[in-house]
Design a protein around this ligand. Structure first.
Ligand SMILES: *[C@@H]1O[C@H](CO)[C@@H](O)[C@H](O)[C@H]1NC(C)=O
Ligand SMILES: *[C@@H]1O[C@H](CO)[C@@H](O)[C@H](O)[C@H]1NC(C)=O
Length: 490
């Protein structure tokens, strides 16, 4: 820890230089395609997807125009304004745990790879980030209170309704001192902090607001410890229970707060609460992200990040992840498996920057893995997702000639408001669900749960784990696509 201060400066330098380089000249043109995929097109669509998931009042520059305003009275049951945010997947619930993780990962994508995006995609990524952070400012506007979720998921799932005319209960689930939820508070604090870093140059006063709130929310989550699964019960479980506990979210939030403030109390917090040797990275599990984020600071983080690389890479003797015969990273027992390759590839891409800056490679037993090997691996996973796979199927809606046409998503399955202005009721919607031929509304950029462990895929709204898109599949993929589009180099 002796070189702590200078390594911290080095990290801030990395972040700030990524940010400063984030606005390319207007004349920046697309690289000639040297590969079979148009990563720029995929990136643009990957970001556009979030517009399709928006809840609340849509802005004039909304590009997915088949969506309209929805859920404009959210929060009225508790006297708060909770209009906005994102629907998590194919339903109309606002689950704040995965929503906050989604926001964090859009923000980290901007911080790490914003300089590879190009002006337009960067602007839209910042819009997508702000759609999340604006909402979390609302959900944390009352001190001593954090809203954990909006809408009863059981009753929501009983209906097949467009968000624009749903009439299911929009009740708010509130956390407070006697009903804590440290994983939700921790992840919201992380999202607000990443937002503060991403807007630091362009909106300093907004950054101040986000950072102050993040600190408050982190303190709330740390002081009143407990799982929101207990506090909100059936609202959270079995949908987004947090089996992995809340210490990872608190450490993750502290890691980001350290990045934003340089205050050592946060780095001590992370160090004394660090879970080691963990290799999952998703809306429930954050320690692997902490390792990569802080790998430049301290050998303990780098050793854990190296271990993560060895758990993932196919040639590693200590790998724990498996692969489909066609080469896609596949986590056994996963539903929505695609969240694993997108999130883990994000970490590998981010880690190549640390390795390159330190002129290092990773040793897994007697196998040497250098940054360029990680580049190729990340590209291979992105290529699989975009259509280089045994079925020749792009798993991103609207990308390439062949992509899922029957995704499990209410707004995409039902005719839109312009085609069908009359309300479609709870059970009436199931007629469209059952008789779906192809989605009438294209949810551009949505990456679905993806193939099974043998590269098989059923393009059917009935096979939820394969055909449902989620915000947390797409969010880390934004960074991955920017990395691959940019030709990997820092
Ligand atoms: C805390 O939240 C619970 C449930 O969300 C509620 O029943 C209780 O009244 C709240 N306590 C305070 C002091 O607001
Ligand atoms: C990087 O490491 C390699 C091998 O470990 C070494 O040969 C090379 O000189 C190093 N480069 C720099 C710039 O330190």
């Amino acid at each position: 820890m002796t070189s702590h201060k200078s390594t911290f400066r080095f990290l801030i330098f990395l972040l700030v230089s990524a940010l400063a380089a984030g606005i390319p000249p207007a004349s920046a043109t697309r690289r000639p395609a040297s590969s079979s995929h148009d990563y720029g097109d995929a990136l643009t669509k990957c970001i556009m997807f979030f517009e399709g998931q928006r809840s609340g009042r849509l802005p004039p520059n909304q590009r997915l125009t088949w969506r309209r305003d929805s859920a404009l009275r959210d929060g009225s049951d508790i006297g708060m304004d909770l209009v906005g945010g994102y629907y998590d997947a194919g339903d109309n619930v606002k689950f704040h745990l995965p929503m906050a993780w989604t926001t964090t990962m859009i923000g980290w994508s901007v911080l790490e790879f914003g300089n590879k995006m190009g002006r337009s995609d960067l602007r839209h990524s910042l819009d997508a980030l702000r759609w999340g952070t604006d909402y979390f400012l609302k959900a944390t506007s009352v001190p001593g209170r954090v809203v954990a979720q909006v809408a009863d998921p059981v009753l929501d799932h009983d209906c097949w309704e467009r968000p624009e005319d749903m009439d299911t209960p929009r009740n708010s689930y509130v956390l407070n001192a006697s009903h804590p939820g440290s994983e939700v508070a921790g992840e919201i604090a992380a999202a607000l902090t990443v937002g503060a870093l991403a807007f630091r140059r362009i909106r300093p006063s907004y950054t101040k607001l986000l950072l102050n709130r993040a600190i408050q929310v982190f303190e709330f989550g740390d002081k009143h410890r407990g799982s929101y699964a207990q506090s909100v019960g059936a609202g959270a479980c079995p949908f987004y229970c947090s089996p992995n506990g809340y210490m990872d979210e608190l450490a993750w939030a502290a890691a980001w707060l350290f990045m934003a403030t340089g205050d050592r109390k946060y780095s001590y917090y992370v160090k004394s609460n660090l879970g080691t040797g963990l290799t999952a990275f998703n809306w429930d599990s954050k320690f692997a992200g902490v390792y990569v984020l802080l790998a430049s600071l301290d050998y303990a983080y780098a050793a854990n990040a190296d271990n993560l690389v060895c758990a993932i890479m196919p040639e590693s003797p200590s790998k724990t992840y498996t692969y489909t015969p066609g080469g896609l990273l596949y986590s056994k027992g996963a539903s929505s498996n695609m969240q694993n390759p997108t999130a883990l590839c994000f970490l590998l891409a981010a880690y190549t920057r640390v390795l390159r800056a330190r002129n290092r490679s990773v040793r897994c037993g007697n196998v040497n893995i250098d940054p360029s090997r990680l580049d190729r691996f990340v590209k291979s996973q992105a290529d699989y997702i975009l259509g280089s796979n045994p079925l020749g199927m792009s798993y991103m809606v609207g990308y390439g000639p062949r992509y899922p046409r029957r995704i499990h998503h209410r707004g995409s399955v039902l005719p839109n408001i312009r085609q069908h202005p009359k309300k479609i009721g709870c059970s009436e919607g199931y007629w469209y669900f059952k008789n779906l031929r192809s989605n009438p509304n294209v949810l551009t950029g949505a990456v679905v749960g993806g193939p099974d462990m043998n590269d098989g895929f059923q393009d059917s709204q009935l096979v939820v784990s394969q055909s449902e898109p989620t915000t947390y599949i797409n969010a880390p993929f934004v960074g991955v696509l920017a990395f691959v589009k940019g030709g990997f180099k820092v």
